[in-house]
Design a protein around this ligand. Structure first.
Ligand code: AMP
Ligand code: ZN
Length: 113
């Protein structure tokens, strides 16, 4: 989608540090990490937010979670990790392309702040 930051990252128009890629999914390191390991995992196809998930596009979300399991193995995150999705204004979403934060390598605590 035109003028979408993460679509531009997928297209290679904006640089990123890739940690994983397949036909449907792209993952890269967060530019402002909130944990020692912090990747952003996205479907290559533009979906605005979790509020837009439907039976038409949920296979892309399944692909994201399959990718997350592979990244966790590749990155040796056997001690655990957290997956976070911020949705909409009050959910703290700042980029309008659905994305899942994959956070690891510190004790993340619960409940989150
Ligand atoms: P959210 O606040 O859930 O929408 O998350 C957006 C995330 O994207 C934030 O953690 C930002 O640090 C990250 N981010 C923004 N721009 C870039 C970029 N160019 N490369 C990597 N991560 C980015
Ligand atoms: Zn997009």
């Amino acid at each position: 989608m035109k003028d979408c930051l993460f679509c531009k990252i997928v297209a290679g128009e904006i640089p990123s540090t890739k940690v994983y890629e397949d036909e449907k999914v792209y993952a890269f390191l967060d530019i402002d990490p909130k944990a020692p390991f912090h990747a952003i995992v996205i479907p290559k196809e533009h979906i605005t937010s979790a509020a837009e998930i439907s039976s038409d596009n949920s296979s892309l979300i399944a692909a994201v979670f399959e990718a997350i399991a592979k990244i966790a193995k590749n990155e040796n995150l056997e001690k655990g990790f957290r997956v976070v999705n911020n949705c909409g204004e009050e959910g703290g979403q700042t980029v309008g392309h659905i994305h899942f934060h994959l956070l690891a390598r510190r004790n993340l605590g619960w409940p989150p702040g």
